[in-house]
Design a protein around this ligand. Structure first.
Ligand SMILES: [Zn+2]
Ligand SMILES: [Zn+2]
Length: 266
């Protein structure tokens, strides 16, 4: 059984209305031993004022909850930062203001557009759009050091306009290999994000082929997260993961305390 959810949101993120305590109570009820909050900071998002995290308010609130619930569950205080190449200095300074347990770096915005919105896909082929997303991801990995794992690497798949057409991993294998090799070389990891199941992909993000390739290339650091924005989604479909991840070659998954990885058996 997976006992750690390392990607969750609360009302400190502008796309969630959930009280942090409701997330904790859901995690305890579902038998988790570790829960890490990773609320959003997306500097320079497509719409101003969205996804801006008040770090002092957030961290002092979470520290208080961590103390209240310490006998029931271990609470990690993390953050999910939206990486864009031009933000490397600003974001590194921003996250260094607090000793986070864990930092997810994610690509949510490419050239000022979020693939969530249809405009991202207009005026070019699907393959070109997806490639531009992966090229930007690679650039972020090269420029940033202030993160522990890259979030939902193939996030872009969730928003393909025509999901009746297959997504072929092999069309992007070269750049994905470079992404994975660069992460491994820098001592960074990836996550297995089960929101993919919630979006009807029948796969987590990233999908099995990419998880398998990461392991083949020597990748060891793999956190697991539901990306829950509400209590019902804590540990979403985690029961599917032990067998899925073992077929990809993994025996362990990872949690972080004070930015240091620890490994738990699958
Ligand atoms: Zn994300
Ligand atoms: Zn998230």
């Amino acid at each position: 059984m997976i006992i750690a959810d390392y990607h969750t949101h609360t009302h400190f993120s502008s796309d969630s209305k959930t009280h942090p305590e409701a997330q904790i109570q859901s995690a305890v009820k579902k038998g988790l031993s570790y829960l890490c909050f990773t609320d959003h900071e997306d500097m320079d998002y497509c719409f101003p004022d969205e996804f801006q995290l008040d770090i002092p308010a957030y961290t002092s609130y979470m520290e208080n909850l961590r103390n209240i619930y310490e006998k029931q569950i271990q609470i990690g205080i993390g953050i999910e930062i939206g990486l864009q190449p031009h933000l490397s200095k600003r974001l590194s300074d921003f996250v260094s203001t607090y000793p986070f347990d864990f930092i997810i770096g994610s690509s949510h915005v490419v050239q000022h557009m979020d693939p969530y919105f249809p405009e991202f896909w207009n005026g070019r082929s699907e393959k070109e759009s997806i490639l531009s997303y992966y090229e930007d991801t690679l650039e972020n990995i090269k420029r940033f050091d202030c993160f522990d794992v890259y979030g939902h690497i193939d996030y872009i798949i969730r928003y393909r306009p025509d999901k009746t057409k297959p997504y072929n991993y092999t069309d992007y294998a070269d750049i994905l290999d470079e992404i994975l090799k660069t992460l491994i070389q820098k001592g960074k990891g990836i996550e297995c994000n089960t929101a993919g199941f919630k979006y009807g992909l029948s796969q987590p993000n990233p999908e099995r082929a990419l998880l398998t390739r990461y392991k083949e290339l020597g990748g060891e650091i793999l956190t697991i997260g539901s990306d829950a924005h509400e209590p019902a989604h804590i540990a979403y479909d985690f029961e599917k993961l032990p067998s899925l991840l073992k077929t990809c070659g993994f025996d362990y998954y990872t949690i972080f305390h004070n930015r240091n990885p620890e490994f738990l058996s699958l």
